[in-house]
Ligand binder design. Structure first.
Ligand code: SAM
Length: 477
């Protein structure tokens, strides 16, 4: 068992929620505290200790990836005794392997080896079976710098292959949390490039080992065969299985807290400002991708979910997750409709849906869109008007539709509310006026959730915006 230790009280609630939501509750109560004496000045500090039933340390590390600078993980000897040792260094095995590999080559001096370990290794990675995806360190450039290519891999495919084969064999032994799936691929992730990347494909992922099957693939218009032969990897978060082709689409762990907001219910004891009335209402996910949010809404038992995405690879990943046995407990038949096209078609698609359900006598199939998710960065502005149109036309019996507006905005704009008051609300009110949407009573922002930092002082936020409708008999039944 492991203990998550954190000094800053502000994170305790968030960590508690994350652990409670993970695998049906991985928090072992009670939360304790302990005093720790600083080695530097001898002063004592209070640490909060959250015990977890997660037994796989890598799984726990992954779950807490966004908190890596403020938490440490300590081993807990048994269910009663919490050891107060310092955080376990889980990267030691990989570094040991690199050190031993270099030492075995004879040609390297011990100074060279220690220099490699200290200055050219940044052993942070995510495990997405069967892929090991290393974080990109612009300074250390592990595996990709000239030093690695020329001096260690000697510009030889054979040497590189041998290095990674041995690394996988010795360090990345499959565990039960990966269902025993063996690792077969290694890559380095680079941050998303901004320009011309609306599909969010991680153009800068660098394959290092394994067959990523990129030959003869039509990215924009993939064939069934391309999908079949493509390289897919997976992960499980909050008990939800997700699958994606890492060359063609992205996966961001950082959204885990936002997914948690969707999963939290009135009954969960959580301080997160969560999404209300999902069960039995309808949802539009305007940028559904591989389904970060879509799958969470389905787990919360929404009635119908309509998802739109331009990227065919993301839609295929979502299709795989929807049909996977691993999600079969919560994905109900005929509850999710994914369209591989621009969300500009949402109005028409929803009209067609209502019309067809009437003709197939699916009784009472008037849509009632309660939530609209708009997860496009750096701004979801291109979708604001569509969202308001859909809310207006399809709120049905819901007297409020909440837009979840994702944006990257400067910290100052979060603090002084200028983005909301000078940009978002005026734009929505102006659409309302232009379209004579008199049935809209008010538009108000109820919450701004800071999801993660995008750049220094720039936050990825989600702005919960309620569109309130007047109760007119035709729509409000
Ligand atoms: C940040 S990603 C969304 C991630 C998503 N939540 C997921 O689970 O993968 C933004 C997505 O919006 C899609 N996109 C951009 N413009 C779009 C549009 N007009 N209509 C539909 N999808 C769009 C991109 O293809 C991309 O997959």
């Amino acid at each position: 068992m492991f203990i998550v230790e954190v000094q800053d009280k502000r994170y305790v609630k968030e960590l508690k929620t994350l652990l409670e939501l993970y695998n049906g509750n991985s928090l072992v109560k009670p939360i304790k505290t302990r005093e720790k004496h600083s080695d530097v000045d001898g002063k004592s500090v209070k640490l909060f200790q959250l015990k977890t039933s997660i037994t796989n340390v890598e799984e726990l590390q992954k779950l807490l990836e966004n908190y890596e600078n403020c938490v440490s993980i300590a081993e807990c000897a048994d269910s009663e005794n919490i050891s107060s040792t310092s955080g376990v260094n889980f990267t030691i095995t990989l570094l040991d392997y690199i050190r031993a590999y270099l030492a075995a080559q004879e040609s390297y001096s011990s100074e060279f080896i220690e220099d490699v370990i200290a200055n050219h290794c940044s052993p942070k990675y995510s495990l997405y079976p069967p892929l090991i995806l290393f974080n990109h360190s612009p300074v250390k450039q592990m595996f990709i710098s000239a030093l690695w290519q020329e001096q260690i891999f000697k510009n030889s495919d054979e040497t590189r292959t041998h290095f990674f084969e041995q690394m996988i064999q010795q360090v990345f032994i499959p565990t039960s949390s990966q269902n025993g799936v063996e690792f077969s691929h290694v890559a380095v992730n680079n941050p998303i490039q901004k320009a011309d990347n609306i599909w969010r494909k991680p153009l800068s992922i660098i394959p290092l080992f394994g067959d990523f099957s990129t030959k003869d693939v039509n990215f924009d218009n993939p064939t069934h065969e391309n999908f079949e032969k493509g390289f897919w990897c997976s992960t499980v978060q909050n008990g939800i299985y997700q699958e994606w082709a890492p060359i063609y689409t992205m996966f961001s762990r950082g959204n885990i807290k936002e997914k948690a907001r969707i999963l939290v219910t009135e009954k969960t004891k959580s301080t997160l400002c969560h999404f209300k009335d999902i069960a039995n209402n309808d949802v539009l996910d305007m940028y559904c991708g591989i389904g970060y949010f879509t799958l969470s809404y389905l787990k919360r038992d929404c009635r119908y979910l309509f998802g739109f995405d331009l990227n065919p690879w993301s839609c295929e990943g979502l299709r795989r997750a929807l049909t996977s046995k691993k999600n079969s407990k919560f994905v109900k038949q005929n509850s999710c409709y994914i369209y591989n096209e621009s969300n500009e078609f949402a109005m028409q698609r929803l009209k067609d849906f209502e019309a067809s359900s009437i003709s197939t006598a699916d009784n009472n199939c008037k849509l009632k869109i309660r939530h609209i998710n708009m997860g496009l960065l750096p701004t979801s502005e291109p979708g604001w008007a569509v969202a308001l149109d859909v809310a207006y036309r399809f709120h049905g019996s819901c007297l409020v539709t909440t837009l979840h507006v994702h944006e990257n905005i400067h910290n100052d704009e979060v603090k002084d509310g200028s983005f909301v008051n000078e940009k978002l609300l005026p734009a929505l009110l102006s659409f309302k006026k232009q379209n004579h949407y008199n049935n809209i009573e008010s538009i108000s922002v109820t919450h701004v959730e800071k999801i993660k930092t995008f750049a220094p002082d720039v936050w990825h936020v989600c702005i919960d915006t309620d569109i309130h409708f007047k109760c007119v008999s035709e729509t409000c039944m």
